[in-house]
Structures are given as C-alpha cells and as structure tokens.
Design a protein around this ligand. Structure first.
Ligand SMILES: [Ca+2]
Length: 229
C-alpha cells in the first residue's frame, strides 16, 4: 500500500471537517447578515484611488439595514489590510466607477438604495462625510436626486445619505436623504483608510494556515509512529 493512500484512509474526520470549514470561510461572505458580497477595486490603472468597494444587500427586502447597523459593520471590517467605512463618493469619477461596479447588484426589479457614509445630523443642511480619509469633511461633490436633500420637517429629519438606483432605460443614479428611522436595501463599504490598526480576527487564511500546521504535525507524528513500529 502506498503511504499516501494509507494516510488518506486514516485522515482523521476532524481534520477534514476543519479543512472544509476553512475552505467554506474562504469563499463565503464574512458578513453573515448580507446576501450579496462583491468586491471591486477602483484601480489606479483605471484612474482610480486603488480602494476596494463592497456592496452588501440584505437577506430579504423585508429586512432593510438601519444606518447604524451598516455603519458599524463597515467600520468593523477590513480588506487587504485596509480599514473599511461606509463609502464616500467625492468625485464624479468615483460616482461613475460605482455606478458601473454595482448597478447589476442593486435592488430588486432594478431599484434600490444603499447607505453611503454621510450625514447632516450634527448641523441641519451641513452634510459631512463620517469615515475614511474624508472623515469630518464637508461633502463638496454632490449627486442629489431632484427634491433631495429633504429639509428637516416636523418629526423626522432626513439626516442620512443613500445611493439610490432607479432601474429603467437609462438607469439613473443619485443620492437621496433618508430619515433617521429609515432603512436601505444595502450598503457600500469602501476599503481605503490606511492600514488596519486593530488586531484582526483570525481570517480564512489564518485558519487555513492553522489547519496546514496541524496536518503537518499529524503527518510527522505518523512517520514517527511508523519508524518506531
Ligand atoms: Ca471614497
């Protein structure tokens, strides 16, 4: 019997399970509450900033994301060593890139909204980016849909920013202000705020490395056993 086939036969079930789990993590979205998970880079070759963007949709249209949920999820995430935050669109070029990158993902029946990272909650009418390299800066480039931003009125302040996509021909993209109690059918994370400063959770690659190390130990132990026996 060849040694490798004997090894495979005796490969502990636990080890196979660990390897499968690690592989599943590698291909699965890391945000469990979201359905769609696509990462796209705005490359410097294409005139971009090199940042990565990720659009996440809810598991159903009946479970929109609150702004707070989206913001905390974005800021708790990282990719490629870059800190995440709710996306900031600071130029027409960045808007154009995102329109192209995410149009096919957004919404149901071709219409949808996704949270972006700005608010005028602090001072009504004064929109500022909340995170990323632009944190605290006034929103200068704008792409408001007609009628937006909605001025404060009565009980509700329309303090939050979402990218809205209206299906049809041509598809139109624009920003809408959303009330504090509102939800959006997705959010966009931008990864570009410098190196991650917090200690990351063990990622898929870390788990794979741990699995490989454990596998190596097992093989070594079997060889030692064989040498003794
Ligand atoms: Ca940006």
């Amino acid at each position: 019997m060849r040694p490798d086939s004997r090894l495979a036969r005796h490969l502990p079930h636990k080890m196979i399970t660990l390897a499968c789990a690690a592989l599943a993590l590698l291909v699965a979205p890391t945000t469990t509450s979201a359905q769609t998970d696509q990462l796209v880079q705005w490359t410097t070759e294409a005139g971009g900033n090199g940042h990565w963007y990720r659009y996440l949709s809810p598991v159903s249209i009946f479970e929109p994301f609150s702004f707070a949920t989206a913001q905390s999820a974005a800021e708790a995430s990282s990719y490629n060593g870059l800190q995440g935050y709710l996306a900031t669109i600071t130029s027409q070029a960045e808007q154009d890139f995102m329109n192209g990158a995410f149009s096919y993902l957004l919404g149901f029946g071709g219409t949808g909204t996704a949270w972006l990272g700005a608010s005028d909650a602090a001072t009504e009418g004064e929109w500022r980016w909340l995170g990323g390299p632009e944190a605290g800066q006034l929103v200068s480039y704008t792409n408001w849909r007609p009628g937006h931003p909605v001025a404060a009125a009565g009980f509700e302040n329309y303090d939050l920013l979402a990218l809205s996509i209206f299906g049809g021909s041509p598809t139109t993209y624009g920003w809408v202000s959303v009330e504090q109690s509102g939800g959006a059918l997705g959010y966009i994370i931008e990864y570009g705020n410098g190196p991650v400063t917090t200690v990351p959770e063990p990622g898929p690659l870390g788990l794979l490395a741990a699995g490989a190390a454990a596998f190596g130990m097992m093989v070594r132990r079997r060889r030692e056993d064989a040498a003794r026996g």
